[in-house]
Write a protein that binds this ligand. Sequence first.
Ligand SMILES: *[C@@H]1O[C@H](CO)[C@@H](O)[C@H](O)[C@H]1NC(C)=O
Ligand SMILES: *[C@@H]1O[C@H](CO)[C@@H](O)[C@H](O)[C@H]1NC(C)=O
Ligand SMILES: *[C@@H]1O[C@H](CO)[C@@H](O)[C@H](O)[C@H]1NC(C)=O
Length: 549
Amino acid sequence: MGPFMGQSKGYKILTVGLVFLVWVLYFQMSWPDSTVPRPPAPRPVSRSASESTESPSLLDSLPQELANLTHLLYWPLTPEDEGDFLASTSPQASTYHLRGPAQTSYALRGYLEAILIARDHRGRPKTHGGDLFRAQLLGPDLKAGLPGDVQDLENGTYLLSFPLLWAGKAQVQVRLIHSSEAVGVLRRIWREKRATVDFVGYFRGPTGTEETVICNVDPQSTGTRRPTCQYRDVDSGELWFCAQPSTLPCSSLVGHSSGRYLKVTTPQDEALLAGKVTDKVLPQGISPIQVRMAAPGNSSLALSARPPCHPGLPATKPSGFYHQEVWHSLSCSSRSFPTVDSILGCLAGHVVHMMGDSTLRQWWEYLRDKVPSLKPMDLHATYQTGPLMAVETTRNIVLHWRAHSWPLRSLRTPVASLHSVARELGGLAGGPHTVVVLGLGAHFTTFPPSIFARRLAGIRAAVAALLAREPRTLVVIKLANTGYKSVYGSDWLTLQVNRLLRAAFADLRVAFVDAWEMTSSLAVPDNIHPGRLIVGNEVDLLLSFVCPT
Ligand SMILES: *[C@@H]1O[C@H](CO)[C@@H](O)[C@H](O)[C@H]1NC(C)=O
Ligand SMILES: *[C@@H]1O[C@H](CO)[C@@H](O)[C@H](O)[C@H]1NC(C)=O
Ligand SMILES: *[C@@H]1O[C@H](CO)[C@@H](O)[C@H](O)[C@H]1NC(C)=O
């Protein structure tokens, strides 16, 4: 896994916007090593702020699955916002009711269906769709819950549907996460702003002099009108840009950290995204119901015979449900690993490579904390970004975690520790003892969708190559989970990001852990870093794929 700078064979460093000669000189200075892959033709980048970042050649190179972003990211349009806050959807005025007549009890395996009418703050029914509601069926006494299906009829009416999967009491709860008008703000900013955050790059010269500049996913967002340093991964095409330091060369970039959250909203936008209308529970529209089992003595759970967990399973809706705090997958017979021995027995002989963000680091931390004999080794690693490693020497278990590369928001971290996921995958031999877990998404909501689509295209190609050379490798994709509710990160943005994740890997033999649904099913507040109960269930599902029987 080559370090990023200088001696790295895989990265090309070039200065955009300089004349060709300077560029060649630069390239030679940075790359005395003749084994460096040949450079691409230099592409001067226009400095005009209106120029699109969407280089057609890059978007054209997206795999078919990701090419039609318009189609993939479809969401009903919100009519032009006239700045009338009272016309936006109100969580207090919106209501829902049973679709059919109320019954004294409901049959297990049946469905509960409801109709939701969205209304504005004046109490008038909405005439267009696009609101982000999240509906749950909860069984508080049974510590049970599942995410309901919300179908947008695009005329202000929504159909809610809940499969009845446990016997006993069940209660519908519906929340308005964002009004359609708020979604309109998020969509506009997501599509139109190049970036809603920036980053800091730390350069260090041979004499120890340091310079810091702004870095970002595109040259325009580095806040400079001067030339920029471009960092491009040869294998994956991943790009990164920093304003050129005034005295030091581009090749002296050594450190990375988050920068600022940029001001991207107007007061009108902020009213629509404010806490008092965001993530608000609707007045209860349906009394608690009683679900009865088919016959006394029958199972109280509606779990049909399911295949053992394996990659390549078709998705189900929902992907599972909680009962007695245990997540049951509907697509495969997920298992519980409640004891240290059961976890050790499953992981014995495996090397697990986790790559992603801090929500995936939680998996590593969960296993480290749960299994005393899994010893963390990287005492000197930058904890936020890793690399982290834990080993169990008697059972031959190695557990790696490292942060995905930029655009990671983190404390200052060495650039050499930020490895491209695609590149790391390229360095794995794979095999029946190798488990790869990818968990990306949360750090990509601050850029237009094409940025994540491009990144996924590279990762997808690397996963496909890994599975082609060693089909017995287990690759698990953790979808992004619920949590943030702001313009920088929001459940709506996460939903979109998850569509890209699903699409990118849809036709590959990988397993999904639907962390979105696993964090959408219980009566606990959303948290970008979910609690131990949820993380434990996510890890159990991972282990179910490692040890299906
Ligand atoms: C992308 O999807 C949209 C909406 O489904 C469709 O109208 C359009 O023709 C598609 N474009 C391409 C290039 O397939
Ligand atoms: C909304 O659309 C559905 C399906 O087309 C229709 O059945 C329903 O009557 C419509 N509701 C309103 C209020 O227009
Ligand atoms: C319910 O129990 C009966 C008798 O014990 C059995 O024949 C039937 O298959 C069971 N049904 C389900 C869905 O488990």
